[in-house]
Design a protein around this ligand. Structure first.
Ligand code: NAI
Length: 701
């Protein structure tokens, strides 16, 4: 029976595994702990060995096997990765859910690989760890699918820094199996003989637990809570009673490579081990498991984005054609290669791409590089850029076209194929790079300014097209010391504008934590602000029947130019609506300060200012928790184009909005823009962050 390729993306779980302190202790004993590391074995001040997380595997493996339809006679545990977010508490329940993410074909007779990813939360609600498991399906290859991306060799070619010996007992599997893996191969002599072994063999994950203990003992003694990531590939079976050694190589700070060998023969049992450790900053933004493309990453800003993403766990395609500043020349592979080497030296994962963004084929190839190397694409940073500065009177069409081709066409050529993939996966973060020259103008840069402002237009529409697929698009206008600015900026200012100051914003916008889509930011030297297209209140100079004269408009020019009370529009329809209705009378647009409007009155009015025309397909419950004496709880249920508001708390809100009463009144009256409220912490959002963006659209006071 063939593998079920439709199983990709189907949810597995949630499974709940209740446990008491005895379970992590039993596991620790199973992987050789004892009086030498009593903290894993004694309920007084018990610490849970982080590799205990793998016990959840035994819950989801049967479903994974059934769903994928794998031939059970041929399965082996190929690779294992655990990313630890928090220490595992000594008791409670582990709640695990995930999905098969890939099925790769190694070819006829060579087997297939089934990759699944899971997340485990504690019954207390905290996310504890993520796991990624690769099952080698020996008998299921040759169905014509894509092969898995090759893992570049990364184990150091030098003697290890540490060798930690251990002697699992001949009876070790009998203890280990009590943690969940009761497969007969590890206990039943006859079964083991039928499977081709002299006697029952060790569980690979038992040896894995020995290695985890050895790594902690050597690198973070007494502090298992500092383990951050444990990844490896299983190589060969091991017979119980055979002595082993965990070989450890130190890598970049907080990182080590490891391998387990049979101590007598040197045979490799577990290979390609990576261990990351160190204090985890609370709520650190990480990109583990994500794959990113950074275009123009061979130098300047792009290089820093690529390095920073990789340091935080992303796998990165470093794209750069390595050309001259004006885009001339054949290009050189060196620019991208150097940055890939830098990332690898830090223990990160990266591959180079030398294609130009400025052709459709180039764009396709860059995206293909990510999918072929990493099997996924979550983040795209459109950053490649060139300059050909000239005033318009001196500008040749070739200067215009070359600049447009890299910045504007290039973003289209790479974003198109990336977006198609992200839409399928229902997740994506896209960054476009604009410039102050585009937003505000700069003498001698008409080609560049036009292309850069074109990118803002691209974002405005992509924000709408990506919305329902979890794809967010934001735009950055950086200012940084790079070869593009070395002869433009004064030298002392140049010194102070390291690209590293821009990268934190770009990383945040690329993260799961960022709820914002469709915004433009200026960023440089530690200063950040949002730039936006706004429209003034304007003036209605005609009754809609009489065509106004130019003379009348000349008279009314001050009114046309007025920007007091300027506002943004979410999309063109909204802007058109505002034009057709004309300027709102001031009193209605914003309740005057000190007016008698109350929070309760706002909620009373909510159904009247609800815009049913904007609510097609919307099904949400907004819970409002307004703090302060004038506050309270209200919830709005929006369903089937209608809005019902009730005082109190809803059982299962989609999104919860928390604000102080005064801020809330300012927000609803348009005095406090939602984005500003959010970024200044006045507006706190829980639950589905994306849905909160609907509020501005659904209600118009
Ligand atoms: P940079 O010149 O150091 O880096 C740009 C990189 O893009 C170069 O390595 C170049 O080889 C690569 N590239 C050029 N054409 C390419 C193509 N067709 N395909 C693939 N790669 C290509 O410049 P910098 O300053 O790091 O610029 C990055 C982005 O930031 C650009 O989009 C630029 O317009 C923008 N920007 C930079 C500002 C600054 O102050 N540095 C100001 C405003 C915008």
């Amino acid at each position: 029976m063939a593998l079920n390729l439709n199983s990709i993306g189907k949810k597995i779980g949630p499974f709940t595994k209740e446990y008491t302190w005895k379970d992590p202790v039993l596991y620790a004993l199973g992987v050789g702990a004892g009086f030498s590391d009593l903290e894993y074995c004694y309920e007084k001040d018990l610490k849970v060995l982080p590799s205990f997380g793998i016990v959840t595997l035994y819950d989801f493996m049967p479903d994974l096997a059934a769903l994928s339809n794998v031939n059970l006679a041929g399965i082996l545990h190929g690779e294992q990765e655990l990313i630890f977010h928090r220490p595992i508490p000594p008791e409670g329940a582990l709640i695990t859910a995930g999905a098969i993410t890939h099925i790769y074909d190694k070819g006829p007779g060579k087997g297939a690989l089934i990759v699944a990813e899971f997340e485990t939360k504690h019954s207390g609600g905290q996310k504890l760890f993520s796991s990624r498991v690769t099952v080698f399906a020996r008998l299921d290859g040759g169905f014509g699918g894509e092969d898995a991306p090759r893992t570049p060799a990364f184990m150091p070619d030098r003697p290890p820094d540490f060798e930690i010996p251990a002697a699992p007992s001949a009876d070790q599997p009998l203890i280990y199996r009590l943690s969940g893996d009761t497969f007969a191969l590890h206990v039943d002599a006859e079964f083991a003989r039928m499977a081709g072994f002299a006697r029952p063999i060790m569980h690979g994950l038992c040896t894995h637990g020995y290695a985890c203990r050895a790594l902690i003992q050597q690198l973070i003694p007494g502090a298992p809570e500092q383990a951050r990531r444990l990844a490896n590939r299983f190589r060969s079976p091991l017979l119980p009673g055979s002595p082993i050694k965990t070989l450890i190589w130190k890598g970049a700070p907080g990182q080590a490579f490891w391998r387990v060998v049979q101590a007598d023969t040197g045979e490799v049992i577990i290979d390609n081990g990576i261990f990351e450790y160190g204090e985890a900053p609370r709520d650190e933004i990480r990109f583990d498991g994500r794959a990113a493309i950074v275009t123009g990453a061979g130098a300047g800003l792009g290089r820093v984005y690529a390095l920073e993403l990789a340091k935080r766990g992303a796998r990165v395609v470093v794209n750069d054609l390595g050309g001259a500043r004006d885009g001339s020349g054949a290009g050189s592979v060196k620019a991208a290669d150097r940055v890939v080497e830098e990332i690898q030296a830090l223990g990160g994962e990266a591959v180079a791409s030398y294609d130009s963004v400025s052709t459709p084929e180039g764009g396709e190839a860059i995206v293909h590089r990510a999918l072929a190397a990493f099997g996924r694409l979550d983040i795209l940073i459109n950053n490649a850029g060139i300059l050909r500065d000239k005033t318009l009177v001196k500008m040749d069409p070739s200067d215009w076209e070359a600049v447009r081709a890299v910045h504007l066409d290039g973003a289209f050529y790479v974003t198109g194929p990336a977006l198609r993939h992200m839409k399928e996966k229902k997740y994506g973060r896209i960054i476009l790079t604009t410039s102050a020259a585009g937003l505000y103008g700069n003498f001698g840069q008409s080609n560049y300014s036009a292309a850069k402002m074109g990118l803002v237009g691209l974002m405005n529409t992509l924000k709408l097209e990506g919305e329902k697929y979890g794809i967010q698009v934001n735009t950055v206008a950086p200012i940084a010391a790079t070869r593009l600015t070395e002869d433009i900026l004064p030298p002392d200012l140049f010194e102070q504008l390291q690209p590293e100051f821009v990268a934190p914003l770009v990383l945040y916008l690329c993260s799961e934590k960022c709820p914002v889509s469709g915004a433009v930011y200026n960023a440089g030297r530690g200063f950040f602000n949002r730039a936006a297209v706004v429209a003034g209140p304007g003036a209605l100079v005609s009754d809609g029947q009489t065509i106004p004269t130019p003379e009348l408009l000349a008279d009314r020019l001050p009114d046309l130019l007025k920007m007091d009370g300027a506002r943004e529009f979410y999309n063109a329809t909204e802007a058109l609506g505002a034009m057709l209705t004309g300027p709102a009378p001031q009193a209605e647009a914003a309740p005057a300060a000190g007016s008698a409007i109350t929070v309760a009155a706002v909620f009373e009015r909510l159904p009247q200012v609800f815009r049913a025309d904007q609510a097609g397909g919307v099904d949400v419950v907004f819970q409002f928790r307004i703090a302060g004496p004038a506050g309270g709880d209200w919830f709005a249920v929006i369903r089937d184009g209608a809005c019902a508001v009730t005082a109190g708390a809803h059982e299962k809100p989609t999104t919860t909005i928390k604000m102080a009463a005064e801020d809330f009144l300012n927000l609803m009256s348009g005095k406090l823009p939602a984005m500003q409220a959010y970024t200044t912490g006045k507006l706190k959002i829980e639950g589905d962050l994306m849905k909160s963006q609907l509020i501005e659209k659904l209600f118009k006071f």
